[in-house]
Design a protein around this ligand. Structure first.
Ligand code: FES
Length: 147
């Protein structure tokens, strides 16, 4: 029995945007203490827009599919728009994930947000108060931790 959607399996088998970026503008690394999986997302930013994005993961099949999908969702978006991408958006774009695998999409969303926060830190730019609250709200009570 296949509990994964066709789209999820497709991203697992043919992940988009795998790898690293030379001189990235932001790097986000997160881990899940429960399953021990790790995820890294690197971004390149031009005019406040994510012009390139790559990921690497030591994670399960769902981690591969969710990180592939989040890179597709984030590419070409402004930082502000990319900060609004939630784990639910990733799961929806993959046409659903088994409930036990929802935490894998946390890793992807958290790694993206961490990469954007890293960019803000490096450039000394300030986040809007709403964005800070939104990012903190997403991560409340969830399992991923920055590493
Ligand atoms: S089981 Fe850990 S990321 Fe999927």
């Amino acid at each position: 029995m296949n509990v994964y959607s066709r789209k999820c399996m497709e991203h697992f088998r043919n992940p988009r945007n795998v790898g690293t970026i030379e001189n990235p503008d932001g790097v986000g690394r997160v881990g899940n203490p429960v399953c021990g999986d790790l995820m890294e997302i690197q971004i390149k930013v031009e005019n406040d827009t994510i012009s390139d994005i790559k990921f690497r993961t030591f994670g399960c099949g769902a981690a591969i599919a969710t990180s592939s999908m989040i890179t597709e969702l984030a590419k070409g978006k402004t930082l502000e728009e990319a900060l609004k991408i939630t784990r639910g958006d990733v799961a929806d774009a993959l046409e659903g994930l088994p409930p036990i695998k929802m935490h894998c999409s946390n890793l992807a969303a958290d790694a993206l947000h961490a990469a954007i926060m890293d960019y803000y830190k490096r450039t000394g730019k300030k986040l809007e108060k709403d964005d800070v609250q939104r990012v903190e709200g997403f991560h409340d009570g969830e399992e991923s931790t920055e590493i």
